[in-house]
Design a binder for this molecule. Structure first.
Ligand SMILES: Nc1nc2c(ncn2[C@@H]2O[C@H](COP(=O)(O)OP(=O)(O)O)[C@@H](O)[C@H]2O)c(=O)[nH]1
Ligand SMILES: [Mg+2]
Length: 461
């Protein structure tokens, strides 16, 4: 067996290893090695059936025996290697794919440790990829976001970030700032010229500020969409709101009772609709109440009504129309509201006013009749509201950083508007803004900052 000479351009002396698939029985499982001795260690963990030597030909998949710590065969599988710098981490990488048996995979890792590898820290493969210049910090974070994505929208955002779409927008802001800084720098020794140049500098600076605020503005939308659209179930007491809540969730989450005024707090649950999530919110029945606790419940219901992305406005079809309903319907926005006429299993006594602009569905929370139409409405509206997701800010770190950039740019712009702008002050603020962008993308970083970022990764990524 050939012993690989360690590659010279490696930045890290250690070779790390970890199981990089989930630690649970599965069809296949993969152990990854990265570092100067990755290939050498992998050669001792895997014997190709063909007699070829693992690593002689990079990226070639070999079939063979998976070996334990004493060289004994413990499974059969596949192995391949990537040579530095053309790998995920930028180092020599070896991957051994065995059956997804926790026993086999753990035995492989134990053997790798015997041969001198060390156990990878959470996120250490990605951290090395970042430190070896394979991706910037925003892209490295996107790896964790993609793995943890719990809905189509989060997934689209994470993948956009991973492809560098946010990074390039941040870089474009940086380029605008650098351009202004270069011009201001040239004027540092000529204060009179700054007065003349200021009007010409402001549009480029303004464009950077605009790009920044366009990005920070995407964060609240992201938060809302990540959690899913808020769908509030609103209506008078006893019309079956909690029953509909339970029906949609297929579980008995909220208390259902013939006594009006049972639900008081907002009850929230995640509802999965195909690839999308929404936050379903059950609310207290809206009526004028004397009991202070119920009154508070009504206040909360009204505020949920106000904030919801979509509303299921429920009335009881077996009860006649009441004058108070008009005020309730007047609060709803017809394009974001479905009027649900519940208890359709009972005789109808409800006659709706003419010219109602709402989509209407007859539902029985008791029998499930009409449920498909309610789900269809939620799905369609969700899809509409999630069309063409714009790549934007999805992390607090990015938001805070861009807000600081915006702050410094704002100060520079204010200075440029002075009668006699001080070029030093403008230059200093622009430098601070650029520094912030470097920290954001990871062109500059501290170990502590990296520790925080990578601690949220799983082991093996
Ligand atoms: N017949 C019939 N009764 C229902 C239906 N939905 C709810 N109810 C009953 O109406 C009462 C009030 O239901 P609940 O879900 O607590 O209403 P909420 O106050 O609007 O949350 C309970 O006795 C339910 O069993 C339905 O579709 N058909
Ligand atoms: Mg209720």
């Amino acid at each position: 067996m050939s012993i690989e000479p360690p590659a010279t351009q490696h930045r890290f002396p250690t070779t790390i290893t970890a199981i990089c698939t989930a630690a649970a029985p599965a069809g296949v499982g993969i152990v990854r090695l990265s570092g100067p001795h990755a290939v050498h260690v992998a050669q001792r963990l895997f014997r190709p059936f063909s007699g070829l030597i693992l690593g002689e030909e990079p990226r070639r998949v070999l079939v063979g025996a998976v070996l334990g710590r004493h060289g004994e065969e413990i499974d059969q599988g596949l192995a391949w290697i990537f040579r530095c710098p053309n790998s995920f981490t930028g180092e020599d990488v070896a991957e051994i794919s065995a059956h997804g048996s926790v026993m086999v995979l753990e035995a492989l890792v134990r053997a790798a440790l015997d041969y001198g590898a060390v156990l990878a820290e959470p996120g250490e493969f990605t951290r090395r990829a970042f430190l070896n210049g394979k991706m910037d910090l925003v892209q490295a974070e996107a790896v964790a976001d993609l793995i943890n994505a719990a809905g189509q929208f989060s997934l689209d955002q994470a993948y956009g970030l991973l492809k560098g779409q946010l990074s390039s927008r941040i870089r474009s802001i940086g380029q605008h700032i650098s351009k202004v800084l270069a011009q201001v720098g040239a004027l540092l020794d000529f204060p009179d010229d700054v007065v003349l140049a200021a009007p010409a500098l402001r549009p480029t600076l303004g464009s950077a500020i605009e790009q920044c605020s366009a990005l920070t503005g995407t964060f609240s939308t992201y938060l809302r969409r990540k959690e899913g659209a808020g769908v509030a179930i609103i209506g008078p007491p006893n019309v079956g709101k909690s029953s509909i809540f339970n029906l949609l969730l297929s579980e008995s989450r909220a208390i259902v009772s013939p006594l009006p005024g049972t639900t008081r707090d907002l009850i929230e649950a995640r509802l999965y609709l195909g690839g999308q999530i929404c936050r379903l919110i059950d609310t207290a029945g809206i009526r004028s109440a004397d009991d202070p606790v119920e009154l508070e419940g009504v206040e909360r219901a009204l505020s949920a009504f106000e904030q919801a992305d979509l509303v299921l406005l429920v009335l009881d079809i077996s009860h006649p129309w009441e004058p108070g309903f008009e005020a309730l319907l007047a609060r709803a926005k017809p394009d974001r509201c479905l009027l649900v006429l519940n208890k359709a299993d009972l005789p109808s006594h409800l006659s709706l006013p003419e010219n109602l602009l709402f989509h209407t569905v007859r539902l029985s929370a008791l029998t499930g009749e009409g449920l498909a139409q309610v789900l269809e409405f939620l799905r369609c509206r969700q899809v509409l509201s999630q069309e063409r997701p714009e790549i934007g800010v999805t992390r607090q770190r990015h938001l805070q950083s861009l807000m600081r950039v915006q702050h410094h740019l704002g100060l520079a712009d204010t200075q440029l508007q002075q009668e006699i702008p001080l070029a030093e002050c403008v230059a200093e603020d622009l430098r601070l803004a650029l520094n912030e962008i470097d920290l954001l993308l990871g062109a500059k970083f501290s170990e502590e900052a990296l520790n925080i970022i990578f601690s949220e990764f799983c082991i093996g990524k």
